[in-house]
Design a protein. Structure first.
Ligand code: ADP
Length: 589
């Protein structure tokens, strides 16, 4: 599934059909009610044009004065009914529209989170946000125009058509004489609009991606003096969008324009036929006026319906993009018949192979991490250490080889159960813009204040929190921006203490901490890892001297393993890395 979404050029009708089946059908009783109300609202125009015949023939020409009041009262009542039907119908449709779009957004977000990590490497967060918000909003806009305006217009057109045919089918045929000329231009225009609508959505993704990248990296943008460069890149994108929107609007307006011409021809044809029949006394002036009014009333709804072509293609483009995500299936899924969680926690990795696209990351790595002990993984950057972590938790799946925990292959457990075995302390632990308390507890509700106080002490957060005016209620800031590297790490430790999982994954911070903090954090980590199967990716070798085992990796393979002393004695890659760090004076522990 991990290929980026297909750039399809799908047609509107099948997509609307699917929208109906998956999101609208269940609201059918409301939609039927709305349709009835719309029929009432729309058909009032037909009734009005029909009422003009007696008005002319009986009142104005025939001189029946009493009938004025009956007719006038009738027409007023007609408009009152139209008003009530219109208001109720709008409320119902807005409700259905909002509910179904909210449901689609929730489905989309929930589904996206189930997709493989690789999907998120291929699609930038900005583009995904635009998809959840922009594409569904586009659908909502259309929904409003399409149903509120269009359905009523269509019904008005039908009722006016019925009146016109009742008065004279020949006149009606004459009025429509220009229609066949519209068929081919309409088809061409639809295709043009479909393509333009698709490209507009793609440029909207580019815009969101750029924005999210600029705001995420704002400090670096400032320090590298890239404000001008980024502004220009942004301007380029919005300029492109402006150009496309103008072309799209022009294309969309062409159809109502063509319709204008056609209506002109129709009027002319009716005047030629009808005028003669009235002069020869075959038809009354009332009939002619009634027909003409029906035609005039049909004009606006018809124009609006023609303008729908553009709107329809915008929805199609957005629907296409939404459904293409909903159709993706994660490759990393729960097994059909999951095995129960293991009861012992020795981790065994055998002959792991993994390639990112063309780029090999693991080339047959094997090692064992003993239960309850600490195993450190060291090696130069790019050796494959993080990839190993990702395989343990099935964020990625090995192309060859196996990972077992206590004898159970990780692929044979449900993802929830597997991931509940691990807690993580990493340098990029996600911190949310919530209070420190919420950030530590995540969604736990079973932790009492004593337990929380002990956790703060054990994670060395106590003094930090005590010195904050708002204490645990202090907000962490967007993406934890109010926290320093050390505080972020302590927060991750606090979470891990509460989660109390049998396996602990530590990715040591690469950013330097002051010696005092580092010693305190190291102590907290040692307390945390006691009795748990612990895997550490170590960047500062001084901190892992006490590990029970050190696994040395290089270019996707395990090249050595043993204790610190054994490895130093062997004078291989580890000894080299170790000497390098100490020459650089990085001995801080
Ligand atoms: P380490 O953690 O030891 O630095 P990694 O496991 O992160 O190494 O990466 C191993 C290799 O895989 C590196 O060469 C890296 O460039 C590559 N790699 C890691 N992640 C990706 C990715 N998402 N796409 C492509 N290549 C990747």
């Amino acid at each position: 599934m991990t290929q980026p979404d297909p750039k399809t050029d799908a047609r509107a009708l099948p997509l609307l059909g699917r929208l109906w089946r998956e999101y609208l059908k269940k609201h059918w009783p409301w939609l039927v009610a709305a349709a009835v109300l719309m029929t009432i609202e729309g058909s009032m125009l037909g009734v009005l044009s029909y009422a003009l015949q007696p008005m002319f023939d009986r009142v104005l020409v025939g001189g029946d004065e009493a009938f004025i009041y009956i007719l006038g009262g009738g027409i007023t009542a007609l408009f009152c009914i139209r008003a009530v039907a219109g208001v109720s119908q709008r409320i119902i449709l807005t409700r259905v529209g909002q509910i179904s779009v909210a449901e689609m957004q929730t489905d989309l977000v929930s589904h996206m989170m189930s997709l493989d990590s690789a999907y998120f490497h291929d699609n930038a967060p900005g583009a995904l946000m635009e998809r959840v918000q922009g594409d569904t909003a586009a659908i909502q806009n259309v929904w409003k125009t399409l149903i509120q305006g269009a359905a009523r217009d269509a019904i008005a057109l039908i009722s006016l058509g019925v009146v016109a045919i009742m008065i004279d089918p020949f006149w009606t045929a004459a009025a429509l004489v220009g229609v066949p000329a519209l068929v081919i231009p309409t088809a061409i225009l639809q295709r043009y609009l479909r393509r333009k609508a698709g490209s507009m959505r793609d440029v909207a993704y580019d815009r969101s991606v750029r924005l999210s990248e600029v705001f995420h990296g704002i400090d670096l943008v400032k320090l590298s003096r890239l404000e001008g460069y980024q502004t220009n890149r942004f301007r380029e994108i919005v300029d492109r969008l402006v150009g496309m929107s103008i072309k799209f609007a022009g294309g969309g307006a062409l159809l109502p324009g063509l319709l204008d011409v056609m209506v002109g021809v129709g009027f002319f044809a009716v005047l030629v036929f009808g005028g003669q029949e009235i002069m020869s006394g075959e038809k009354t002036v009332g009939e002619f006026m009634s027909f003409f009014t029906a035609m005039a009333l049909a004009f606006q709804p018809m124009r609006r319906l023609a303008a729908l072509a553009g709107i329809l293609q915008t929805t199609a483009a957005s629907l296409d993009r939404v459904f293409s995500v909903l159709d993706l299936r994660a490759e990393i899924r729960d097994p059909a018949t999951p095995q129960p969680k293991p009861q012992t926690f020795e981790i065994k990795l055998e002959n792991l192979h993994f390639t990112y696209g063309e780029h090999p990351a693991l080339l047959g790595a094997s090692f064992t991490a003993e239960a309850g002990k600490t195993t450190a993984i060291v090696g130069p950057s790019g050796a494959g250490k993080s990839t190993i972590f990702n395989m343990l938790t099935r964020l990625v799946e090995p192309q060859k080889g196996s990972v077992t925990i206590g004898g159970v292959p990780v692929s044979q457990m449900t993802l929830r159960e597997l991931r509940s075995l691990f807690s993580f302390v990493t340098q990029d632990a996600p911190v949310f813009d919530e209070s420190l308390r919420e950030n530590i507890l995540l969604d736990r509700t079973d932790v009492n204040e004593d337990q929380l106080a002990r956790t703060l002490r054990d994670s060395d957060m106590e003094t930090y929190v005590a010195n904050l005016p708002a204490g645990l209620e202090t907000r962490a800031g967007p993406r934890g921006s109010n926290l320093s590297g050390g505080q972020r790490q302590r927060l991750a430790i606090a979470r891990a203490i509460l989660q109390d999982t049998p396996i602990l994954l530590l990715d040591e911070a690469t950013s330097a901490l002051d010696a005092q903090s580092e010693a305190a954090i190291q102590e907290a980590l040692e307390r945390l890892s006691k009795g748990r199967t612990t895997l550490v990716i170590a960047h500062r070798l001084a901190t892992i001297r006490n590990a029970d085992k050190i696994v040395v990796m290089d270019r996707g393979r395990v090249v050595d393993e043993g204790t610190h002393e054994e490895l130093l004695a062997r004078d291989g890659l580890y000894a080299g890395l170790y000497r390098l760090q100490f020459r650089e004076g990085d001995d801080r522990s």
